[in-house]
Design a protein around this ligand. Structure first.
Ligand code: GDP
Ligand code: MG
Length: 660
């Protein structure tokens, strides 16, 4: 099968004069079969491919670089499908959906996790245009994918669901584009829906962003209505890139992924000059020099080209061995030239940390391999080695948010078959240390820690700080009361509230990050019957009264079970933890006291009753003293056992407790 597969590729490659690589990145594998079919069937397409060189050096004035941005599920990927169909890249008869969502998790969850670039050729008014489209994720965790995509664009399609209206990520994404001074094309999607309310949505766009009613396009991405007009609007409204083809070569790296055979593949936006095979390029950040091995466009399958010119978005390979060398936001230039670095963007900062351990230690090596490989394709994840007496050797990984964590563990399992135990997520806290000796010991006055077992002794802490976020919530006004009380309960401070139309409100809260990472979003959805939407951005550290909540079993502290909480939550959290442990820990021969304590003070307690053998069962009748004697003897035995017993919790129990 594999053989037939390859040879047919070589065949069509010869026909089309394109060297098609058959070592594609794992994520693109599914694409492969698809692209192969494409090469065979797309008659019209092959025409354009023959003119490869021509399209490749399309005039700057005929290039449009744009992204589709919107809230989750407002139809970005569906719209991208229609655009691909109109450009003749996919066959509408096949009825494929969300083709740019290539990962298995994306297909299963119906969400976009990774921004995808595709270069389309489109003929408009007798001119051949090169449209570089980037489909972006809408979920808050992946907003850095959006912001780096925007660095390669001059315009955006701001998509709004005609039924749901403006949502929290619509606002966040609008401002990302607005701050970069990009051309914004407001588009209302799903106008085919029965309960769509386009007029109300236009009103919201006007109130919130000052968008003129006549600029708003109405489309149905599902049925393709108005999509052609949208492409024309993109060509007419979005300006061509401001670049200089005569200047020395300069390019911005905005994505990278790893291929087993070719090394790191770098996606770049060429700002000035041009690049061809065998050119020597240098990174501004690392100063390392590489020789360009291949160049190409994503259409969306890889298409090799001999030259990339300013204004284009394309990928290169250059024998780079690790994605760590490809700093997202870095500038590349020709060797031994000095150029002004291109203005980059904020690199992704991990916000949520969790321990990852193998199911049992024999799987340690396999899990390490899987994590290393996956991190190559997801550089936003930070990795450090960690260990725990109960779970053995493992890692502490940093993620952009909870969804990112879930997606990562799902990908570990699906793409690498690695089973892992993930501990409860936590955030990074800051502590200011006092005392010369302590500062020396910790290597600085300020230390960062996310693992409760690294909580410094309270006697040497001058101040503790926790990270906060600015949360934006958009909701119908009937739910205001319950949402405010939810935020207050989560230690939120309300900042603003604005009406965005007759019955919708936008509120902003400053919330501690550790209060929202686990279940805030679910709670918000349940108190608002699913109508409220939430987005957040980093809001820095604030001083906070944090304590370490330690769990003790018969007076012995179990470090793996301790957590860091705000002092106001210590009692309730301790109680919950003890109750949960009482349910999970198997009963033993002796009584177990499960206690939660803060700084030596017990705040909650549960007692796990021992198994009890009925030692008096063999008695019948007789004197009561005989009964007493037997019971006394049993009690003595238990006491002795308690003194020598080491409560060994089975590994499964730890896994049950630590799992979310
Ligand atoms: P994304 O998260 O913004 O990429 O949204 P998707 O493209 O994944 O679409 C989310 C859902 O909306 C899918 O179930 C689509 O079928 C549906 N959808 C997208 N566009 C339209 C449309 O124009 N009309 C209708 N009725 N449904 C649509
Ligand atoms: Mg999508």
């Amino acid at each position: 099968m594999g053989f037939v597969y390859r040879s047919s590729i070589t065949l069509c490659c010869k026909k089309l004069c394109v060297r098609f690589p058959y070592s594609v990145r794992t994520e693109r594998k599914q694409w492969f079969r698809f692209s192969q079919r494409l090469m065979n069937v797309a008659g019209a397409d092959s025409e354009s491919r023959k003119n490869n060189g021509e399209i490749n050096t399309v005039a700057v004035s005929n290039i449009r670089n744009f992204s589709i941005i919107a809230h989750v599920d407002h139809g970005k990927s569906t719209l991208a499908d229609r655009l691909l169909e109109i450009a003749g890249v996919i066959d509408p008869v096949e009825g494929q959906t969300q083709v740019l969502d290539m990962l298995q998790v994306e297909k299963e969850r119906g969400i976009t996790v990774k921004a995808q670039t595709v270069s389309l050729s489109y003929k408009y008014k007798d001119h051949e245009y090169l449209l570089n489209l980037i489909d972006t994720p809408g979920h808050v965790d992946f907003s850095n994918e959006v912001s780096r995509s925007l660095a390669a664009c001059q315009g955006v399609i701001l998509l709004v669901d005609a039924n749901q209206g403006v949502q929290a990520q619509t606002v966040a994404n609008f401002y990302l584009a607005f701050c970069r001074e990009l051309t914004i094309i407001p588009v209302m999607n799903k106008v085919d829906l029965k309960n769509a309310n386009p007029d109300a949505v236009t009103e919201q766009l006007k109130t919130l962003f000052g968008i003129n009613e006549k600029d708003v396009l109405r489309v149905s991405a599902k049925f393709g209505t108005g999509v052609k007009e949208l492409i024309h609007a993109v060509i007419e409204r979005v300006p061509p890139p401001k670049v200089d083809r005569k200047a020395p070569f300069r390019a911005l790296i905005y994505d990278s992924w790893y291929d087993r055979y070719r090394g790191t593949i770098i996606l770049m936006y060429i700002r000035d000059g041009s690049l061809k095979i065998a050119d020597e390029i240098q990174s501004v950040h690392t100063k390392k020099v590489y020789t360009v091995k291949s160049l190409g466009l994503l259409r969306p399958q890889e298409e090799q080209v001999p030259l990339l010119a300013a204004g284009q978005v394309g990928f290169i390979t250059c024998n780079m061995r690790s994605t760590k060398e490809a700093h997202i936001g870095d500038t590349f230039h020709l060797k031994d030239m000095t150029v002004e670095p291109i203005e980059g963007f904020k690199p992704a900062q991990p916000m949520v940390f969790a321990g990852v351990y193998p199911m049992d230690q024999s799987q340690h090596v396999a899990l390490r391999g899987a994590i290393e490989k996956l991190v190559l394709n997801d550089p936003a994840v930070s990795v450090s080695v960690d260990s725990s007496p109960a779970l053995g050797q493992g890692w502490r990984l940093g993620f952009l948010g909870l969804l990112h964590l879930e997606v990562f563990s799902q990908r570990l399992e699906q793409e690498y078959g690695a089973q892992a135990v993930l501990t409860a997520p936590s955030v990074t806290y800051k502590a200011k240390i006092i005392g010369e000796k302590n500062i020396k010991h910790y290597g600085g006055e300020e230390i960062l820690f996310s693992n409760p077992s690294h909580f410094p002794p309270t006697s040497i802490i001058a101040e503790l700080q926790e990270p906060t976020v600015m949360g934006t919530i958009i909701t119908p006004d009937t739910f205001i009361g319950s949402i405010i009380s939810l935020c207050m309960e989560r230690r939120g401070i309300q900042k603003t509230a604005t009406n965005i139309d007759n019955n919708r409100v936008m509120m902003q809260f400053i919330l501690p990050l550790n209060e929202i990472i686990v279940d805030f979003h679910d709670e918000l959805k349940s108190v608002s019957s699913g109508y409220a939407s939430f987005d957040y951005e980093d809001h820095g550290y604030v001083p906070s009264q944090l304590v370490k909540l330690t769990i003790m079993l018969n007076g012995v502290a179990v470090d793996e079970l301790s957590t860091i909480v705000h002092i106001s939550k210590a009692v309730s959290c301790g109680r919950k933890m003890c109750e949960k442990l009482k349910e999970i820990i198997p009963r033993q021969m002796i009584q177990i006291a499960i206690q939660a304590c803060v700084g030596g003070k017990i705040v909650a307690r549960e007692t796990l009753k021992p198994y009890r053998k009925d030692v008096t069962a063999k008695l019948y009748g007789g004197d009561v003293t005989r009964r007493m004697k037997l019971l006394r003897r049993q009690a003595e035995g238990k006491k002795k056992m308690k003194m020598v017993a080491n409560i060994g919790l089975p590994r499964e129990t730890f896994i049950d407790v630590l799992k979310r």
